[in-house]
Write a protein that binds this ligand. Structure first.
Ligand code: NAD
Length: 487
């Protein structure tokens, strides 16, 4: 068998090998697929210093159109190595190949193209809006990059989420130090190689691998030389990073956890709603911050809906990523599986009825060494149960009946999180009215996960701080400076 490759950090335009290494494990069968160079404090400092220096170099003199052209070259580079990116995502996460082909890698490309187009076509309101005040003064606004941006990412949609921040940061002329999750180092390393070939000046993009506490994540978030921090991950980690950012009053943007609800009204298109809830609960093995872990169904269709959901959940195919029939891969790691299984156990201790799943599948082959869990449906818990209130981040949902619109709105909003919600209804005016009363950053009506990348994205409460997407990203990655001239 070939020796697993070594994945290195990328600092100031060079590949960097470090002494400390950690294994990257394939969650399908528990095999080591690569070894990864962990950035120590010195390597992170060098990366930050390289980014600061690059911000004063030729990168600073490029026009928005020139930066946009580089972003398009990066997108071209991903396109040319499309299958390598698919393989990298699949190897790290065990997700179905068809998902990586249709979602993860295309969205990585789209992120670069979208922000390239946005900065190159942005009108005067993005650059130098003027505010004349009679004949006395004229003011205008310069929009400048924030400077050096630290980007810390999770493992659940590695390329998609990382490029979602790297692309707008570069589009606005910033320099970045990126730390991908320790669980998913491969596609970020491949991206560094694409960026190296795309002609970005040295130091503008830097990549440091490692863990959170006492490793690259902590070194990056506590660096005094970072101007802004953008983070996607758990709400608890967000709290730690926010404390670090308070020192030096750094600008922050947080995309955090969720405990999202789907609401199915009796007037919904039944087939579309069942299919939609299956997707929103079990896509990517439930490891999407936007997944529905709470499903509320109007009582008159509750029994029929639950029976149909059970039938489809029981039939989901757990398999190898390359299997054309695969519906669900493993979880990201055994440690994460332990966490999800502890909630499966807790749900039963809290009095849940297991409608489907609830345990670990048995395959009789090397997948038994992987991190698979059964897709699971619970019912019968009160809204106060921990399993209905806390994010599990696995292929699991709790289904409960409701009687009135007011009641279900109150129950959906009774959460510390506020990321996303889905409404399934054929009554347009009802959908608008309910959407307006839900306290989440996004509400989908008769769909899930559909996104126009120009619209704002983010959450309320424990789900995050700030909005990214379209010009909201450009706002976060820039500083406005007003010039006032006496006439
Ligand atoms: P995590 O918080 O454990 O880790 C995320 C990143 O932070 C990793 O790179 C990790 O190494 C780093 N990190 C951990 N501790 C740190 C510390 N003390 N200082 C600095 N860096 C640290 O999250 P995860 O398990 O990788 O991802 C899953 C979570 O992400 C879920 O809660 C999910 O809901 C959330 N998420 C949110 C969104 C969104 O857009 N709102 C999108 C995807 C995932």
């Amino acid at each position: 068998m070939a020796k697993p490759p070594l994945l290195r950090c990328f600092v100031d335009g060079q590949w960097v090998t470090t002494k400390q290494r950690f294994p990257n494990i394939n969650p399908v069968d528990g095999q080591v697929v690569s070894h990864v160079c962990e950035a120590d404090a010195q390597t992170v400092s060098r990366a930050v210093a390289a980014a600061r220096a690059a911000g004063q170099g030729p990168w600073k003199t490029l026009t928005a159109n020139q930066r946009a052209a580089i972003l398009h070259r990066i997108a071209d580079g991903i396109e040319q190595r499309f299958e390598e990116f698919v393989a990298a995502e699949v190897l790290d996460t065990g997700r179905p190949v068809h998902q990586a082909r249709t979602l993860d890698v295309p969205r990585g490309i789209a992120n670069f193209r979208t922000f390239a187009d946005l900065v190159s076509t942005a009108g005067s309101e993005m650059y130098d809006s003027t505010a004349p005040d009679g004949a006395r003064v004229i003011s205008y606004v310069n929009r400048k990059p924030v400077g050096t941006v630290g980007i810390i990412c999770p493992w659940n949609l590695p390329l998609l989420l990382l490029t979602w921040k790297v692309a707008p940061a570069l589009a606005m002329g910033n320099c970045v130090v990126v730390k991908p999750s320790e669980e998913t180092p491969s596609s970020a390393t491949l991206l560094a190689d694409v960026i190296r070939m795309a002609g970005l000046p040295h130091g503008v993009f830097n990549l440091v691998h490692g863990f959170g506490p006492e490793s690259a994540g902590e070194y990056l978030s506590t660096s005094p030389d970072i101007d802004a921090l953008t983070f996607t991950g758990e709400s608890r980690t967000g709290t730690t990073i926010m404390k670090a950012a308070a020192e030096g009053i750094k600008k922050v943007s947080f995309e955090l956890g969720g405990k999202n609800a789907a609401v199915v009204f009796a007037d919904a298109d039944f087939e579309a709603a069942v299919a939609g809830v299956m997707r929103s609960s079990f896509t990517n093995s439930g490891q999407v911050c936007l997944c529905s872990e709470r499903v509320y169904v109007e009582r008159s269709i509750y029994a029929r809906f639950l029976a149909e959901l059970k039938k489809r959940c029981d039939a989901l195919v757990l398999s190898y990523p390359q299997d054309p029939d695969v519906d669900m891969g493993p979880l990201i790691s055994h440690a994460h599986r332990d966490k999800v299984l502890s909630y499966y156990q807790l749900a039963q201790e809290e009095g849940a009825t297991v409608i489907s799943g609830g345990g670990v599948p048995e395959f009789g082959d090397d997948r038994d060494q992987g991190a698979y869990v059964q897709p699971t449906i619970f019912a019968g818990l009160p809204d106060s149960a921990r399993c209905v209130r806390e994010e599990i981040f696995g292929p699991v949902c709790h289904v409960a009946p409701f009687d009135t619109e007011d009641e279900v709105i109150a129950r959906v909003n009774d959460s510390a999180y506020g990321l996303a919600a889905c409404i399934w209804s054929t009554k347009l005016s009802r959908a608008h009215q309910v959407a307006a009363r839900l306290n989440t950053g996004i509400v989908w009506v008769n769909t899930w996960f559909t996104r126009d990348l120009r619209t704002p994205f983010g959450g309320t409460g424990l789900s995050g701080l700030g909005r990214e997407g379209g010009r909201y990203s450009l706002d976060f990655y820039s500083e406005l400076s007003t010039v006032c001239i006496k006439l």
